[in-house]
Ligand binder design. Structure first.
Ligand code: GDP
Ligand code: IMO
Ligand code: MG
Length: 506
């Protein structure tokens, strides 16, 4: 019945996409896996190994960083593609291939764009060392430095590793250009970063130059090239042919719109455009080719990993500082699990955040970091939906099953110094109903809440929209009214099956 609703909804569509309307980790992996039953081709178009997309099938958890989340359907002949916009990290992809192949799963139909920008040890090194100063709280996967090189026209491309002489020549010139940056690094600290298993456990370290050109050439044009060559395609040609052949195409976004380089909260962003525009381009298509965009939001709370403004955060700035300390899931579980009920009933907002983190299992899929969390911010959601369109998927609704009250942010009160922003003078105490993406302003925005009754019953087993508690439907109607969007999918658990569709509600 439920699958029928989805099938019917998609029956007149050829190209659909999944993107996130928040700060990432909203369940893109789950939805992509589900929609992969419909798709013939699944394409990742943005981000890199900073992403961590989780799929749960029959209690078994799979986390993908670079492989598209449709890869578990490879066995059914579905084609999964890593697109041209992806920051391509060969080691990360090979590690994922090893895991899948080790588990006896097929990756026969994987394809990779020849012109994805190529991740080099330099990028990861600079990301990890640079963020000690910048304090963005990056994932340390080299993303910022690689996209910087791409726009500066310095980057290499995946295709280069299959031509050893060209690769050596380009890499030598490239590192020549980075000589001053490398010379300024603390050698011991660099050596330590390069000892990371993801960086070959130290094979790229050179005692004088920091990076060993020959070691990089050997690995990239050797093992990496041999392993990846069978998968390389000309993406644009491939998708054009697929469109003509009326194949169903599914685009998988990464990160989230509030992290987008073009629309995210300034400085505390990633380096690609996480909206449908960036995704379509990175997948070798035009935005106009995409007929339906599933925009996801966690509800009725939200999360953020790394630093940056988060107006509705449980526990505010102290929570941001607490989460930056590197506390692990195991530590929180041991120290706080027995006190969740007490935290939910109490007034301490930092503890409320810890309780929601434990209830929602909000620990980074890529870095294991504690995800900061807070109430759903409708001002931010409406802002993000401007870029991705009106279709909304709400995920993790089950996490707040025990809550007596639910609060949604419907405006902000500006609480900072007088400042000029976007054509107006903002003054302390002023209420604003727009999302200022400049972090120095957003840090000074206090949420204005509207309160709703909770539903206080377990919903993970519910299959139809009509069977959901009235308290949820009331909030759903309010969110639709506020944002002008249409809530079409409601996720009530991590499993594929725990999904409610309401495409054809009268
Ligand atoms: P992505 O990066 O957007 O793919 O999201 P992540 O995989 O990083 O984080 C989402 C987490 O929530 C994963 O652990 C999912 O298994 C889980 N999840 C997805 N949807 C739901 C849901 O509706 N309820 C619950 N409880 N968990 C969910
Ligand atoms: P998925 O696809 C959540 C965040 C980092 C940091 C900022 C910049 O799983 O939703 P970067 O390494 O990209 O330079 O880090 O962006 N970030 C994510 N947060 N989910 C992600 O991906 C993220 N990818 C990057 O935590 O704040
Ligand atoms: Mg994630």
């Amino acid at each position: 019945m439920r699958q029928d609703l989805l099938k019917k909804f998609l029956s007149d569509k050829q190209c659909v996409a999944v993107v996130c309307n928040q700060w990432g980790d909203t369940g893109k992996g789950k939805l992509v896996d589900l929609l992969s039953t419909w798709a013939d081709i699944i394409i990742r178009g943005t981000g890199g190994a900073n992403a961590g997309h989780t799929i749960v099938v029959k209690d078994q958890k799979h986390i993908f960083h670079l492989l598209p989340s449709g890869i578990l359907h490879d066995i059914d002949g579905k084609i999964n593609i890593i697109g041209r916009g992806v920051a391509f990290d060969p080691q990360a992809v090979i590690d994922e291939l090893d895991i899948l192949q080790g588990a006896g799963l097929s990756v026969k139909h994987l394809k990779i764009s020849h012109q994805a920008p190529l991740m080099l040890p330099f990028h990861i090194l600079i990301d990890r060392m640079g963020d000690k100063v910048q304090k963005i709280g990056t994932t340390g996967r080299g993303i910022g430095p690689l996209y910087t090189d791409y726009t500066a026209r310095h980057s290499l491309f995946l295709n280069d590793i299959f031509n050893p002489e060209i690769f050596r020549e380009k890499l030598t010139k490239y590192l020549e250009g980075k000589k001053n940056i490398l010379a300024a690094l603390d050698k011991e600290a660099a050596k330590e970063v390069l000892a990371h298993p993801h960086l070959g456990g130290g094979i790229y370290f050179h005692p004088e130059d920091i990076l060993d050109i020959e070691a990089i050439v050997k690995k990239y044009t050797g093992d990496f090239a041999t392993r990846l060559k069978p998968y390389i395609i000309d993406l644009e040609n491939f998708v054009q042919t697929a469109l003509q052949a009326k194949k169903n195409i599914l685009l998988e976004g990464a990160q989230g719109t509030l992290l987008s380089i073009d629309f995210g909260t300034t400085k505390f962003q990633t380096s690609s455009d996480c909206t449908i525009d960036g995704l379509a381009r990175g997948a070798g298509l035009r935005e106009g080719d995409v007929e339906h965009v599933f925009g996801i939001a966690k509800a009725f709370y939200m999360t953020r990993v790394g630093n940056g403004p988060f107006p509705t955060e449980f526990g505010g700035k102290p929570s941001e500082e607490y989460c930056a300390k590197g506390i692990t899931k195991d530590q929180e579980k041991t120290e706080h699990t027995s006190r969740v009920v007490e935290y939910l009933a109490g007034d301490d907002q930092l503890n409320l955040g810890i309780a929601v983190r434990l209830l929602g299992d909000e620990y980074g899929a890529t870095t294991g970091r504690t995800r900061r969390n807070g109430w759903l911010d409708l001002v931010a959601l409406k802002y993000a939906m401007q870029y991705n369109g009106p279709s909304l998927t709400l995920t993790k609704v089950d996490v707040l099953d025990t809550f007596v009250k639910i609060k949604l942010a419907v405006a902000y009160k500006y609480a900072g110094p007088d400042i000029f922003y976007a054509g107006q003078e903002l003054k302390a105490g002023q209420q604003i109903d727009f999302f200022p993406r400049f972090s120095e302003i957003l840090y000074n925005c206090e949420p204005v809440y509207q309160e709703f009754d909770g539903w206080q019953t377990a919903i993970s087993g519910i299959e139809d929209y009509e069977a959901l508690p009235q308290a949820i439907k009331t909030i759903v109607d309010f969110v639709e009214q506020y944002t002008g969007g249409k809530i079409e999918v409601i996720s009530v658990g991590p499993d594929r099956e725990q999904t409610i569709f309401k495409f054809y509600r009268a």
